[in-house]
Design a protein around this ligand. Structure first.
Ligand SMILES: [Zn+2]
Length: 336
């Protein structure tokens, strides 16, 4: 099997990165703002490395840092969207995708595109009008919480309350489904996960989560949660953050990440697994990996993942689904 050909020809979608944060002004000591259009060796993603890695569509998270919560969350989200749009304005080669067809067109034209997602529902500041406003600005997915509790649900860091969705959270999920925005359950507490699974009528996603059966971190999904996502037609993006790949840092590797892909395939079937790297969302403040063992050094190494799946006996059709076909199916169904 020619893994490199499959990689080159496939539509490749990565459902989560925090690269926008590295392009913003931030107060960290030692922090250096990066240039998206120059190939660097800091961090994991810039446009030249996305192209080397063969990525067609990179989902870019608008991540609201704790110091902007709860007030100023919408303002911070707007600042990050402004940074994103300045990238799109600067390059003909980098475009916004808001639906499956935009991604197919980018692939056909040899361009790289990005789909916008909000990470942390604080951004809508309790207002469905703001949610619709962000939709109009191109946002097509939202993680309801980060690790904390908010006015929508409990994040995974909230260990005591055991709450589901608030009344506002229920109306938010319904409105997201109505307007065509993907509900992302990565970072939710278990109890809030199950509340979403109960309320959701459309496919929902876990953009960047692995399997708790293989790595016990609470950010990972139990087999029952994986089944619940699959039952609604959703997809789980496997995440490269070392702590979610294996309990022991020594065991973190590309092969170990692919064990998670194998596991989701065995629990839910090949139609429900994709990529959700979390690139530029872990590592040191400078963006480099701080673990000795990593899944991939950066996005430019992504073809190695295709080679690993091929060596495990995945068929071409299965590899294409994992690389992006499954995300494309969900986007077509939910975003139109
Ligand atoms: Zn995250």
């Amino acid at each position: 099997m020619d893994a490199q050909r499959i990689h080159r020809e496939s539509i490749i979608i990565d459902a989560h990165c925090d690269t926008l944060l590295s392009l913003m002004d931030r107060p960290w000591p030692g922090y250096v703002k990066r240039d998206f259009f120059t190939r660097g060796d800091r961090g994991h993603i810039d446009l030249p490395r996305l192209k080397e890695g063969g990525v067609t569509c990179q989902v870019m998270a608008v991540y609201i840092e704790p110091q902007y919560k709860p007030v100023r969350s919408a303002r911070r989200a707007m600042e990050m969207l402004d940074t994103f749009y300045s990238l799109v304005d600067e390059s003909e080669d980098f475009t916004l995708a808001t639906c499956a067809r935009d991604i197919e067109e980018a692939k056909a034209a040899g361009k790289t595109c990005a789909l916008l997602s909000i990470e942390g529902g604080e951004a809508v500041e309790g207002s469905l009008a703001l949610l619709r406003g962000f939709y109009r600005l191109g946002v097509r997915a939202m993680g309801l919480t980060w690790n904390q509790r908010n006015d929508i649900a409990d994040g995974v860091g909230e260990k005591s309350a055991g709450s589901g969705l608030t009344d506002f959270g229920v109306s938010l999920v319904k409105e997201m489904e109505r307007i065509g925005m993907l509900v992302d359950v990565s970072h939710l507490s278990d109890s809030s996960f199950w509340a979403v699974a109960k309320v959701a009528e459309r496919p929902f996603i876990a953009s960047h989560s692995n399997c708790r059966a293989l790595a016990s971190h609470p950010r990972n999904l139990t087999d029952e949660q994986i089944e619940a996502i699959a039952k609604k037609g959703g997809v789980i993006g496997v995440v490269y953050c070392p702590a979610f790949v294996d309990d022991s840092p020594e065991n973190v590797s590309l092969k170990r990440l692919c064990d998670h892909i194998d596991h989701i395939k065995s629990v839910a079937g090949i139609d429900h697994v994709g990529l959700g790297s979390d690139f530029d969302g872990f590592g040191s403040p400078l963006g480099g990996p701080d673990a000795a063992k990593v899944v991939l050094k950066d996005v430019s190494e992504l073809p190695k993942l295709t080679e690993e799946l091929a060596s495990r006996g995945y068929t071409e059709e299965e590899i294409r689904k994992v690389l992006g076909g499954n995300w494309l199916r969900v986007y077509r169904e939910v975003l139109g």
